[in-house]
Design a protein around this ligand. Structure first.
Ligand code: AQP
Length: 327
């Protein structure tokens, strides 16, 4: 089985990215051949700072190794190091409907109210489809916000296969049972997000322990006192229950039982503490890995070589099926 997932290089990674995606990369790397990609080409589709992109890319590589990706158990690489990704996106644009892209909610949300909306933001899902399809991927571990993009990738695979002959595997998204959509702690009806969230409501994987505790202490909860998992009626407390359940491996029903009659205050304090403990080993490992840029670059270089080798036959087959004269 082949596993593939991509993660953006911009912004600091938050607990939503960790629970919805990163920890599942680590968990799936032994389920088959796993390729994980820092999708730096995606990062230029919104306003960004070049120096920031450069530094964040290396930060993210160190963080991914720190959460448990191991160079001999999976392939981690930078999208821009494997030129086939940009090529595949162009080729796949031939089977992508303009209207289809216009229906992408992420495009609408990220473009809304902006003075400048890049063409890249519109075509981004095609690049993402190419990322996945080039690796003949079976499963894609992602958070809930990526459902529509995965659907598009499946659709493009099927359209290409029927127009040019069977080539791509049709991938399946795999979403965590708990924590597929972690919400902003200050605005619990909105997804925790790098670009759209509140600062106080976004818990970063690398936040110092006291900052993590404070963010949970000041989390917005709902009216009433009962600690019950009811996402529609009690989005704030349900979000805290999900985070606590993931951080402690306690089933949701047991969390509810443990806090029966105790009110929200205790829960907020305990979630903060559980998250501090969850991130402690990650932060320690990150502090060890990040300063050695030479080693990070070496690992990414090896990863890119492996990724090129894996993806090249599919890219070549795409060109040939589509009628290009090859050198
Ligand atoms: N709130 C979330 N809950 C669960 N999973 C989430 N993911 C993102 N937010 C949540 C998952 O994280 C992975 C990486 O996402 P990305 O590459 O889009 O990185 P990002 O830009 O840092 O993610 P954000 O925070 O979602 O940024 P915005 O909102 O600015 O686009 C994906 O698997 C995603 O599902």
């Amino acid at each position: 089985m082949r596993v593939f997932s991509g993660i953006q290089a911009t912004g600091e990674k938050h607990i939503g990215n960790y629970i919805g995606a990163m920890r599942n990369y680590a968990a799936t790397q032994d389920e088959g051949d796993a390729d994980f990609c820092i999708v730096d080409l995606h990062s230029i589709t919104v306003d960004y700072d070049p120096q920031d992109l450069h530094d964040r890319t290396l930060d993210l590589a160190a963080l991914l190794y720190a959460v448990g990706l191991e160079p001999d158990r999976c392939t981690l690489f930078l999208q821009s190091h494997v030129s086939g990704h940009a090529e595949a996106a162009w080729l796949l644009s031939a089977v992508t409907g303009f209207g289809q892209l216009g229906r992408m909610t992420q495009f609408k949300e990220k473009g809304e109210g902006k003075e400048f909306v890049s063409a890249g933001l519109f075509t981004y899902p095609v690049l993402m489809a190419g990322d996945i399809l080039l690796y003949q991927t079976d499963i894609v571990p992602v958070g809930d916000d990526q459902r529509q993009h995965i659907e598009l990738a499946r659709d493009l695979a099927e359209r290409f296969n029927s127009r040019y002959g069977e080539l791509f595997k049709v991938p399946r998204g795999v979403f965590p049972e708990i924590g597929a959509r972690i919400m902003d702690l200050q605005e619990p009806t909105n997804k925790m997000s790098t670009t759209g969230g509140t600062q106080q409501g976004t818990v970063l994987v690398l936040d110092p322990p006291d900052v993590i505790r404070r963010k949970f202490k000041t989390a917005v909860t709902d009216s009433g006192r009962e600690v019950r998992y009811l996402p529609d009626e009690k989005p704030g407390v349900s979000n805290l229950i999900e985070i606590f359940s993931v951080a402690t491996s306690m089933p949701i029903a047991d969390v509810e039982a443990a806090y029966d009659g105790r009110g929200y205050g205790d829960l907020k304090g305990d979630v903060g503490e559980a998250v501090v403990e969850l991130f402690r080993p990650v932060q320690e490992k990150y502090a060890e890995l990040r300063p050695d840029e030479g080693e990070l670059r070496r690992r990414l270089h090896v990863g890119a070589e492996k990724a090129r080798e894996t993806s090249a036959p599919t890219l070549e087959a795409m060109y040939r099926r589509m009628g290009f004269v090859r050198p």
